[in-house]
Write a new protein. Structure first.
Length: 136
C-alpha cells in the first residue's frame, strides 16, 4: 500500500524500534507512548482496520499481544496492560493500517478510560441487544 507509514515500517523503508516479528506480524514501539514500552502489533500485509483484517491474522496479532503483554509486565514492571484497537476516525484511528496497541499501565498513572459512561434507559438495553444480534 503506497504512502502507508506502517507498510513502510514493515518493509524497513522507515526506521522503527522493532521488538518482535514472525511470519505474519511485526511489533515495534509507538513513537509517542502513553507509557514507556507502548507497543504496536501490525500485520505484515496491509489491511485498513478490523473489518478488513482476516480472522486468522487477527488471531496472530492477539498471540503477539499476549507475548508482549507478559514481557511488559516482567521486564518493565507494568502493573497492568491495556490491549486496544482503534477503528475509524470516530474511534481515534489515525493510521489506517490495522494495529493493536499494547499499553503498559502503572498504578496511579492517571490516564482516564471511557469518560461519559451512562446507564441504559428503560427498554434500551434489550433493543440494542436485538439490533446487534441481527447483524451477526
Ligand atoms: P491510532 O490512533 O491510529 O490507533 O494509532 C496510531 C499510533 O501510531 C499512534 O499511537 C502514533 O503515536 C503511532 N505512530 C504514528 N506514526 C508513527 C511512526 O512513524 N512510528 C511509530 N513507531 N509510531 C507511529
Ligand atoms: Zn499499510
Amino acid at each position: 500500500m503506497e504512502n502507508c507509514i506502517f507498510c513502510k515500517i514493515v518493509k524497513g523503508e522507515i526506521p522503527s524500534n522493532k521488538i518482535y516479528e514472525d511470519e505474519n506480524v511485526l511489533v515495534f514501539l509507538d513513537i509517542a507512548p502513553v507509557n514507556l514500552g507502548h507497543s504496536l502489533i501490525v500485520p505484515k500485509k496491509h489491511f485498513a482496520n478490523i473489518y478488513e483484517t482476516p480472522e486468522e491474522t487477527l488471531a496472530e496479532m492477539m498471540k503477539a499481544a499476549k507475548k508482549i503483554s507478559k514481557a511488559l509486565k516482567s521486564e518493565l514492571g507494568a502493573d497492568g496492560i491495556n490491549v486496544t484497537m482503534n477503528n475509524d476516525p470516530a474511534a481515534g484511528q489515525i493510521i489506517f493500517h490495522s494495529h493493536i496497541h499494547v499499553i503498559p499501565r502503572l498504578s496511579g498513572d492517571g490516564f482516564p478510560l471511557w469518560h461519559g459512561r451512562r446507564p441504559y434507559q428503560e427498554g434500551e438495553m434489550n433493543e440494542v441487544e436485538k439490533k446487534i444480534i441481527g447483524g451477526l
